[in-house]
Design a protein around this ligand. Sequence first.
Ligand code: DGL
Length: 269
Amino acid sequence: MDQRAIGVFDSGLGGLTTVRELRRLLPEEHIIYFGDTGRVPYGSRGREIIRKYAVQDIRFLRRFDVKIIIAACGTVSSVITPEIVESAGVPFSGVVLPAAQAACAASTNGRIGVIGTAATLRSGAYGRAIRGIRPDAHTFGNACPLFVPLVENGFIQPDNEITIKVAQTYLQPMIENEVDTLILGCTHYPLIRPVIDRLLRSRVTLIDSGAQVARWAQTLLTREDMLGAGNGGAEYYVSDSPEMFIETAGIFLGEDVHGNVTQIDLDTL
Ligand code: DGL
């Protein structure tokens, strides 16, 4: 048994979709979440800046006695280096490998689509991970930069005409390339899963990258005898207004925020 917390970070609020899944799979674990709300979005930035932020985010979580660290952010996970992983000092995972493994296992025709932020797609990380697992697979990527602002502004209803229109444009290449599996490679996309699923006529297996990394945590903690037995509390740290975080967090978490939300000064990271 290991009563230390699980550390999770993201560029902002989206990583709460992973927290939601962690709470479902591991309800007794304590979670410490850092959302870099003062610097979100990461997805439109260049690789080196994202790496610099990731190093700081991990360093912040290391102030706590966490037993594992999860980069719930698709963008961070795509550009992370072995040195940054090493700097975590505890078992670490981003979303790319767990999602790639799930997609490779799910795909029948070996044609796998990936959607995510511009930085995620530019990195080519998913293509590399998928080919490493399944060399015969073909990957088809498309950046979907408008999905993040749509979700954050509440355009998540399954019949939202604007979201449907935007999604049609983004998903057309997936239909043309006959993918049978699609990785939702960004924290925000599970919120519009019904829209995506309907446009793909429920014929494509959707892989939620945040949910897959939560499964990685469950498997690791079980195997290594590191499960906790607490009451499933959570602490949230943000780099911008806690009030703004609390207002929007419920969309991602699926419930109101329970637990303290503390603002940290970016200059101290
Ligand atoms: N969390 C980011 C991701 O999953 C989306 C928001 C951003 O661009 O920072 O890629």
